[in-house]
Design a protein around this ligand. Structure first.
Ligand code: FAD
Length: 549
């Protein structure tokens, strides 16, 4: 498509992604100067359609951005009332009391929300201020200026032929140019990945780390529903196979968010994160809660876990990376939305100052300084060793030492461990199949647990089948010639949407990519041990259609 001529539109700031980071940036820009031209492009069919979070929201980001959010009707309706933490074994669990937990782990003052609905509300606030928001517009390419700076994006390409060529129904899209381009694509953004590689932004930083988060919404028996209750668990069924844990949040209307996160640095390629999630719901404590209820939605999304030491440089000429495109999740708190919002606000303030000074297309270094030295950096620095400790020493030692480290960091601003490294990428952490035992997972019962494809239908995902496959294999022979013999082709198991299959055809094994099922979690792009899968955007509007995730 590089030889195509397109119409272009000029803006002050072009924002890719209508998540909490992108929308906060848009709102702040217009608060600072109502005359700025700001556009937000979102690949989901509507704002919120691709948003998947826990979500217990720390309102500090919203407080800073829209202090009167309550009066303005923000959908933060369920304050957290009680906070429980359990260590699970197969048949029972031990409740860890709250008092040894560092204060930062306390959820008092936070809200159980649907981040999809929060983003829908934020989009309304942005539009009232005059921001242009275009959902259903995937940004598929970056546009570079004469001096190598990012000057815009290509959005709205539709109707390409399956082989990527231009056909009778092709719409070539538009170029949207900005004095600055903000990439707020969330975890493992496809354009952010290009920018990080092109400008070598990860140089000198630890590799980014990730988890795979899967989530279901359940409607449960009103007698068992406790609005405002938050429960986290660790332990069973993952045991020593992988790090991770669960969350159970009681929101409004007898609904419960049931979620499970598996750290993607697991070694055993036979691990099947989706099946661990399904198995988790059969734990007596969880089964009792869900029995008689019904699952009404399902989705999955990667979560960034590298924290402070993995944040790449976040500015390059003309472009800034925001929110989880950088990786701003506080891992022990499982919270990143507040930092995403604060990063959007900080990027907007830096761009406003730059534009006022007649600058454009350069590096917004003031933004990077604010992130590293301001509230976001402080939030992430205190917990920077929790993830590497878990990777290195396992769950129980890291619980004790991580707790101690968070206490000393919170009280005295120092760590006894300095800043620990993460070592390998999650892809490189994958071990060979022959060195690990296959895992026997029970079959889903169709009541508490479900097979993948049935659950995927509850994500309402949809992709126009005639378009090019957006899960690009750099070398199509690798899955069968390398990944299958060496790693038992783990894509068959790590994908929570059943996109990848190895099938037998005419006596030959073949790798099949059912891209129509994709829920845009990006796990394949992260975990493929050969780093052979490149996730690029499908045409706009495709993908999941989450209700109130
Ligand atoms: C299972 C799970 C549980 C979590 N629980 C919590 C929690 O309880 N509390 C909390 O605070 N945080 C939680 N987080 C983390 C939180 O979700 C992230 O920190 C937050 O979503 C980051 O916001 P963002 O705006 O950077 O990205 P996102 O929220 O991911 O938004 C990015 C947006 O950009 C769009 N987009 C991406 N690429 C393109 C493109 N090329 N063109 C157009 N649009 C594009 C996407 O469709 C999406 O709408 C959780 C995450 C997961 C996965």
């Amino acid at each position: 498509m590089s030889d195509v001529t397109r119409e272009s539109m000029e803006y002050d700031v072009v924002i890719v992604g209508a998540g909490p980071a992108g929308l906060s940036a848009a709102i702040r820009l217009k608060q600072l100067d109502a005359d700025l031209n700001v556009v937000v492009l979102e690949k989901g069919s509507e704002v919120g359609a691709h948003i998947l979070s826990g979500a217990v929201l720390d309102p500090c980001g919203l407080d800073a951005l829209i202090p009167d959010w309550k009066e303005k009707g923000a959908p933060l309706n369920v304050p957290v009332k009680d906070d429980n933490f359990y260590m699970l074994g197969e048949a029972g669990g031990v409740r860890i009391p709250n008092f040894p937990m560092p204060p930062l782990m306390n959820n008092h003052g936070n809200y159980i929300v649907s981040m999809g609905n929060v983003c829908r509300w934020m989009a309304e606030q942005a539009e009232e201020l005059g921001v242009e928001i275009f959902p259903g517009m995937a940004c598929s390419e970056l546009v570079y200026g004469e001096n190598g700076e990012v000057k815009g994006v290509v959005a709205g390409v539709f109707g390409l032929e399956a082989d990527g060529s231009i056909g009778p129904n092709t719409e070539p899209g538009m170029e949207l140019h900005g004095k600055y381009v903000f990439l707020s694509e969330g975890v493992r953004g496809s354009l952010a990945k290009e920018v990080i590689a092109k400008y070598d932004l990860s140089k000198g930083k630890e590799p980014q780390k990730f988890g795979l988060g899967m989530k279901e919404i359940w409607e449960i028996d009103p007698d068992k529903h406790r609005e405002g209750s938050v429960t986290h668990t660790m332990g069973w069924p993952l045991g020593s196979n992988a790090g991770g844990g669960s969350f159970i949040y009681h929101l409004e209307n007898n609904q419960v968010y049931v979620g499970f996160v598996v750290h993607l640095n697991y070694e055993n390629p036979h691990l099947f994160p989706y099946m661990d999630f399904q198995r988790f719901k059969h734990h007596p404590m969880v089964a009792e809660l869900l029995k008689g209820g019904k699952r009404v939605a399902y989705g999955a999304r990667a979560i960034s876990e590298g924290g402070y030491q993995s944040m790449p440089k976040m500015v390059a000429p003309g472009v800034a990376l925001l929110g989880c495109s950088v990786g701003m999740v506080n891992v022990p708190r499982i919270k990143g939305n507040h930092n995403a919002m604060l990063s959007g606000k900080a990027a907007a303030e830096a761009a406003f100052d730059a534009i006022k000074a007649d600058r454009s297309g350069d590096e917004l270094t003031a933004y990077e300084t604010e992130v590293r030295e301001g509230a976001i950096g402080k939030d992430l620095k205190k917990v920077r060793n929790v993830k590497p400790m878990w990777s290195k020493w396992g769950m129980l030692p890291s619980l004790a030492l991580g707790g101690l480290d968070m206490w000393t960091n919170s009280l005295f601003g120092v760590s006894l461990f300095g800043t620990m490294g993460h070592g390998k990428t999650d892809a490189a952490a994958t071990g060979e199949a022959s060195k690990h035992k296959p895992i026997d997972y029970p079959k889903p019962d169709g009541k508490l647990s479900f097979d993948r494809l049935t659950n995927v239908s509850f994500s309402m995902t949809n992709h126009e089948e005639s378009q090019p496959c957006h899960l690009q294999l750099k070398d199509p022979s690798v899955p069968i010639s390398v990944n299958l013999p060496k790693y038992a082709e783990p894509a068959q198991r790590y994908c929570p949407a059943g996109v990848y299959e190895v099938v037998e055809k005419d006596g030959q094994q073949e790798f099949v990519v059912n891209f129509q099922n994709c829920v845009h979690c990006k796990t394949c792009d992260i975990k493929d041990p050969s780093q052979n899968i490149n996730w690029v955007t499908p045409q706009g509007g495709d993908g999941p259609n989450y209700p109130n995730m």
